[in-house]
Ligand binder design. Sequence first.
Ligand code: NDP
Length: 328
Amino acid sequence: MEYRKLGRSGLMVSSLSYGSWITLDSQSATTQKLCMHSAYDAGVNFFDNAEAYSNGESEVVMGQILKEANWSRDSFIVSSKVFWGGDKPTQKGLSRKHLVDACHAALKRLQLDYIDMFFCHRPDAQTPVEETVRTMNDLIQQGKILYWGTSEWPADLITQAHAAARENRLIGPTMEQPQYNMLNREKVEKEYLRLFRDFGMGTTVWSPLASGILTGKYMNGIPEGSRFSKPGLEWLKEIYLANDSESLNKRLKKLHTLSADLGMTLPQLGISWCLKNKNVSSVILGASRLEQLTETLKADTLSVKLTSEVMNAIDQILENVPSPERVF
Ligand code: NDP
């Protein structure tokens, strides 16, 4: 497993990590345990979570698995994210109150003494950015979190957070968690470039397979048991499948041929492609079955096959590809 520095920080994070967003809703805790052990055995050291995932249950399950695994606490990294903690006004957003409450609640659910990476899951227009920066700084000083970051914030707001940190001698955000895959490249490849240059921010990128679209599984309809067949996820299906599917499918077929020529599968190509971007610190894998994770974990060694010629060929295939509307 390759390890990369989380931006300019000293933290070494595995280039492939494991997340438990929808995963937990579509698999049992037993599968989750198998996946986490398999990931850890393969060298994965970062496990991603959030207060919003299965309304906190995802952190409860992950915490129990970590406890039973009894891995040395200094050998793995755990994240949580704060923003959607409940319906009441004080249970959401990035106010000092919710940040502190959410941190305490996540620590309890995860059964940990500290959280390695604590993300602001979305920007909060109601809270002054300085309030958020100051509170994150306090949580770091109290030893409850080690690094704080943002997820899907606009570059301008992240720049403001750094300015507030500098002005007040506080610790600014170390990392951002954006979506990054062959269909969603703009933020990471354009908008955030100045953040990497000016602040040395790291990234832990999500949905590397565009919720499964880049596996090619939706080319002939929606397979039973797949993410887009799940009740409650109709909204997600609508976003992703609102695309010009004919144009997308043509490109997926070409990508499939290319991946076969390289001796890898389409999911492995999608993950390997994300790994080629050096501004990506870690690619967070999602899996509803262990076999899927076993397959995508191999991208760590396969990504060398994506030479600059192959990357150019992929760019040509993807030229003007219809992008799913950004709603997250
Ligand atoms: P992906 O886009 O990679 O989608 C994963 C899904 O793709 C799987 O659940 C499975 O779906 C399918 N899949 C994966 N591997 C294979 C394979 N080898 N063959 C066939 N199908 C496969 O990632 P996620 O959307 O799950 O995101 C990963 C993680 O990123 C999350 O768990 C979470 O930790 C984080 N995240 C963060 C967000 C944020 O706002 N910060 C937002 C979203 C995610 P199926 O059920 O169809 O089998």
